[in-house]
Unconditional design. Structure first.
Length: 235
């Protein structure tokens, strides 16, 4: 399949929208700096999105998500294949967290990055939290290795300190009926705790979660989970 180049104007608008929505609120200067655009160019795109309803601007000039964007977001939460995949994963993440006592996540691929779409927080007082909606590089991360796995029997990937210091991640790919991973499941916790027998236990638990989740996806009837790159697998 031939890759299409995004028109420059559209790319700039989308980059600005992504920045504003990700950070929650942004000044014009912050938005321009974040996407490396001249302030005048950024302002033109931001005002166009404000006029279309995708962004809002208060009396202090602060940009935030507008009603048009919120309408789309609400629609996505009821129809997106990625939301359905996250919903289906919750029971398996919950069991994995119960077994490991660590925070567990579902992630999907977004180009050169992975985005976390679901989480069950760990039961320990000190635990990893707050990564739903967060993105990390595919390169060098445990979840990235899982999302780019070519063998459905690949061993879990363990990476200490790859994305955050003193944090270890264990990640496994989710293939279901797809030839490439549709998602990845991760166990994330303090490196001081995820080592030795506890790390071995987390690796084994992640493998069981992978098998159970893939079996559930393959076993579902009357529904489909569309692969992020366009193909569909029965679920």
């Amino acid at each position: 399949m031939t890759s299409l180049q995004l028109p420059r104007s559209a790319g700039r608008s989308l980059a600005l929208l992504d920045h504003v929505v990700t950070v929650g609120q942004s000044t014009l200067t912050e938005a321009a700096e974040a996407v490396e655009l001249p302030v005048s160019t950024a302002l033109r795109h931001l005002l166009a999105m404000q006029q279309a309803g995708f962004l809002d601007r208060d009396t202090d000039g602060i940009f935030s998500a507008g009603p048009g964007f919120l309408r789309l977001a609400l629609h996505v939460t009821t129809s997106s294949r990625h939301v359905r995949l996250a919903e289906l994963a919750q029971v398996h993440l919950s069991q994995l967290t119960k077994t490991t006592q660590e925070s567990t996540y579902l992630a999907i691929r977004d180009g050169s990055r992975a985005i976390y779409t679901a989480c069950v927080e760990g039961t320990r007082a000190v635990r990893h939290v707050g990564w739903v909606g967060h993105t990390v590089p595919i390169a060098d991360s445990a979840v990235g290795a899982a999302l780019t796995a070519i063998d459905r029997e690949s061993a879990p990937t363990v990476r200490p300190g790859a994305v955050e210091p003193d944090v270890t991640a264990v990640a496994v790919p989710i293939f279901a009926d797809s030839p490439t991973p549709v998602a990845a499941i991760s166990v994330i916790g303090p490196t001081s705790r995820l080592s030795g027998p506890r790390l071995d236990g987390a690796v084994a638990a992640a493998n069981r979660a992978r098998q159970d989740f893939e079996a559930a996806l393959v076993g579902r009837s009357g529904d489909t989970i569309e692969h992020p790159h366009g193909s569909q697998e029965a679920s």
